[in-house]
Design a protein around this ligand. Structure first.
Ligand code: SF4
Length: 325
């Protein structure tokens, strides 16, 4: 699989301003040096607790916010410094589906016009052709043609998310950043939307960056998973390995909290002590050391590098340097 997106050492810091003059007195290290790639037809899950920087990472890749440092390579070309006009063809290929479909859909437009908007922007289709395309997209995402004349408030949450997916898919993107796309939906509806995303990937060959805090959802849809903690990726590997044999203590703790369907299965829950430190003053050394049950002196001083502990399995922990096959 060739890389569609290659992100290297990406950082996004926000200034904290104070006083009448709005002087920057500190900065929030929302994303602080993350690297990963996404191949064609691949789903990379980006997972972590709220505030770990995963949504900011998605927004930065979409260039909805400008990166502070690092590179974003899209199909072999750097895009992190591109202006509005140069970004236009990239934006067509790089679409997004957000958590709250209601706030991302224009309430004054009918459903057909919402889905047709990107088609009009990028393809300048005539009314009849656009309508045909919209009807086809409605069918692809499981909406009925008679719903084309409705307004967003007339749809259920799941249907609104289908509408958001149809809009993202309209211009045939190569990658869709899905930012918590099912976390506002009921569990039964979540499964339908996830299955829809998988079907669309099989049919259109689209890749996903799937940002979520729910590990069960990420396990279902992802090929590989990156775990984020306080602005950093701490572990990245294929889904099966991550869920069967996590190596980073933070991943271990996250996985121990996921309920298992088998009531007989015993799992030892790891309760992390303390709160997530502030991203304004992240701890020195390993950022997880304030909560890690295995922390030693070195962890407080030295930041662990991402190390390949087995082929394709990267971990940032001083205690994990290699895993026996
Ligand atoms: Fe824990 Fe140290 Fe590993 Fe960080 S480097 S995860 S503190 S053992």
């Amino acid at each position: 699989m060739s890389a569609l997106l290659e992100v290297r050492d990406l950082r996004k810091h926000y200034p904290v301003r104070k006083g009448l003059l709005g002087r920057a007195v500190a900065k929030v290290h929302a994303v602080d040096g993350i690297s990963f790639s996404i191949a064609e037809r691949e789903t990379l899950g980006l997972v972590g607790e709220s505030g770990c920087g995963k949504s900011t990472a998605g927004k930065t890749i979409l260039r909805l916010v400008d990166p502070t440092a690092g590179t974003i390579e899209w199909r072999g070309s750097r895009i992190e410094g591109l202006g509005r006009a140069a970004m236009r063809p990239v934006r067509r290929e790089l679409q997004a589906v957000f958590q709250d479909p209601y706030s991302s859909l224009n309430p004054r437009l009918r459903a057909a016009d919402i889905v047709a908007e990107p088609l009009r922007n990028y393809e300048r289709l005539g009314a009849a052709r656009a309508r045909e395309q919209v009807a086809w997209l409605f069918e692809k995402v499981g909406l009925r043609p008679d719903q084309m004349v409705k307004y967003p408030h007339e749809f259920s949450g799941g249907q609104r998310q289908r509408l958001g997916i149809a809009r993202a898919l309209a211009v045939r993107p190569k990658l869709i950043v899905c930012d918590e796309p099912v976390s506002a939906l009921d569990v039964s509806v979540q499964a339908q939307v996830i299955n829809l995303l998988e079907d669309l990937q099989a049919e259109f060959g689209v890749s996903y960056l799937f940002v979520a805090h729910d590990l069960a959802v990420v396990e279902h849809i992802s090929h590989r998973v990156a775990v984020m903690y306080l602005g950093k990726i701490v572990e990245l590997t294929d889904k099966r390995t991550l869920f069967r044999d996590p190596q980073h203590p933070y991943t271990e703790a996250l996985l121990s909290a996921v309920p298992v369907p088998d009531p007989q299965a015993k799992k030892k829950r790891i309760i992390l002590q303390g709160d997530v430190p502030s991203p304004i003053t992240p701890p020195p050394g390993c950022r997880f050391h304030t909560r890690c049950p295995y922390a030693e002196e070195r962890c407080r001083r030295e930041e662990p590098a991402m190390t390949e502990v087995r082929p394709g399995h990267l971990v940032a922990c001083h205690l994990r340097t290699a895993v026996q096959p």
